[in-house]
Design a protein around this ligand. Sequence first.
Ligand SMILES: [Zn+2]
Length: 174
Amino acid sequence: MHGPLILLYNSIRKKKMYTIRKQFKFEASHQLMDHDGKCARLHGHSWVMWVEVRGDSLFTDGPKRNMLMDYADLKIAVKPLVSEFLDHHHLNDTLSVDMPTSEYIAEWAYDKLFAIGVPIFAIEIEETCTSMCRFEPESSDPGIAFVEHGGTLEQFNNEMEKMRQMYRQTKGSE
Ligand SMILES: [Zn+2]
């Protein structure tokens, strides 16, 4: 490789990106009303949801220094969603949809978390041991994704700052 190519390579290689994931589990029933197979029958799963947060900068001061996001804060943000809509619920009812597939649940959870300012990157839903769906926006940057959802970058930065302040004041558990 020659000069400019090496420069380009180094700038790409050194671009920082951090990803954290936390797992949430819930038991829930669903029924895919229009399915042409067994999923048309009312049944349940032990679901696993992976919530993934990504960002290129860490907290620079305070008790969360060198963290992208405190796992405890992620739990604080996600838990109400799980208890209110998912765990021991019938998903057709709580999500108001007649085809609550893994794909639908993943996108629903993504939108819900995004709306409350979690810098969410992706959601994975494991419906069974062997079946999993991953939902993520086309863009790899939560800020750009926010703009694609109709916001402005300034609003995104404000939301992030508000969230960080809120989480600084919150004493998380676990
Ligand atoms: Zn199912």
